[in-house]
Design a protein. Sequence first.
Lengths: 333, 329
Amino acid sequence: MVGHLLEVKNLEVEFTTYAGVVKAVRGVSFEVDPGEVVALVGESGCGKSVTAQSIMQLIPSPPGKITGGEIIFDGENLLEKNEHQMQKIRGNKIGMIFQDPMTYLNPVLSIATQVTENLRLHKGMSKKEAMERAVELFHLVGIPDPEIRLKQYPHQFSGGMRQRVMIAMALACEPKLIIADEPTTALDVTVQAQILELLKELKDRFQTAVILITHDLGVVAGQADRILVMYAGQIVERGTLDEVLKTPQHPYTWGLLKSVPRLDADKSRKLTPIWGQPPDLLQEFSYCPFMPRCDYAMAICAEEMPPFFNGGRARCWLNHPQAPKVEFKKEVS
Amino acid sequence: MVPTSAQAPLLKVHQLKKYFQQQSSLLGKTRNWLKAVDGVSFSIQAGETLGLVGESGCGKTTVGRTVIGLYQPTAGWVAYKGVNLARAKPAERLEYRRQMQMIFQDPYASLNPRMTVGDIIMEPMVIHHPEMGKKERMERVNELLNMVGLNPEHANRYPHEFSGGQRQRIGIARALAVEPEFIVCDEPVSAVDVSIQAQIINMLERLQEELNLTYLIIAHDLAMVKHISDRVAVMYLGKLVELVDSEELYLNPLHPYTKALLSAVPIADPDVERQRKRILLEGDLPSPVNPPPGCYFHTRCNQVLPICREQEPELRELETGHFVACHNV
């Protein structure tokens, strides 16, 4: 398989807690090609952030542990690398944008120190060269008066501006892949629109691949090329943007689409909630983990874990050739 | 410039202002005023749902908390059933406080971790119905837990044993405990997972129908507010910029800020997203301590007139029931 920038194979991650071993990620496999935006969608606790942190090996250990799988980036298995080797990859070949820029930025270091750190470390630039590049980066991400702003501290920046700083830092070494973990969740909608527009522009310009982690299907619709839907530590549905959002094949994806209010929908449209709650990840699943909440559950769903059907689109028994035909009609305006 | 209707409104807010004092020097010599709410007027009819939307820092939560009496207004007044709450007699005010309840945003911070769920829900009854016996209260707690889709057995448990969605249900049961008529819901679903949000929204709608409630829903999620509200008020920097029927808000927004806000909300449909044109606002929200002169929005507006920099626009009724504060419409 040549050509994939990133290949995650059968990733398994566990966390040891007082209550027992939480299996946060249960055999996740996916690929990311150069220049592609892959969205990892799901609710809190579904394992999407843990998957991303595993790629960077940022899982706090203990309690966390990657117990299986491979992560092949640019032809090399990242899981075989030691901390020192990983440091050469983080922030250099793979950039990361986090949800809350305030906790990511160091409050006692100037913005200049933090933005240039990457450049000096990975690119061996002198202080002066790094500063010039930082000014260039600030122009790129739309921060006015870069020379003045670089001398300031994180608290002097608004939420949107801090996120721009993070994007500048992630882009500094021209990475091949950026992992954006809920990059706009902490922001207001108008600022979110600005940041998403910026990300799209930069992605097109530098042909950077992006793993976009979010719970917001609206954000996905405007950004992603492909979507992976996660539930209880597994990918339950995958496909292109249009496939997943227009013809979902897993009841969970369908349920998510029906339960979110849409701005362009008619007032008469009722929301259909997904009943119950996500399962406890302390347990092992020998059956479909979505079964207790599923409106279409069949006998087999409680007995056996469904594989991927239909060329690997969805993990659901409904896609079995012998299953009754269920049409997921999107009840939208 | 208060929206009027033939029927007397249940709640009327007139030129409401709430300023917070800020110490700017270490010695506290110079003081600034943070104008969180700066002259907001609206009214809510009985049985209606009014949505209040805006971005963080626009003062929407402060409006809710002032309406319910958690803050004293700096100026202006809030009248409930025609009575100015600030001037009401103490006994009268207590009665109105019973009729007006609140559901809070954070289901983790708004429930006392040391109290059982039963005690939490019972607390408002202890204050407003001291004549009720323990057994009677327990029965009411069970009834309320059923009403919000929880199990009566849950009354003996503590908040930490519940998920976010369940906690929000407990908060709703507490608000309903003393049979209120008017409920302020401050971001009722923003702390809850996507798949659970619809459960809570549908429940709020069902309860409104069953108990004939009037809601003031405060939220930043425009799609959710549009879904649940009859009318929507849009706030920017402590002022109302537009107030209109929720359907009309989407179809025919008039204020440039409302237009930008609507265009920024992502829609989970790739076809719609491909065709949409975003109106991107420039710059950041100005500080409410030192708002710009004239129209507060003129620093970011794409249709500024010279008058916008000097004179503050009033909230005018342009079409029946459609109020806008903009010089340019």
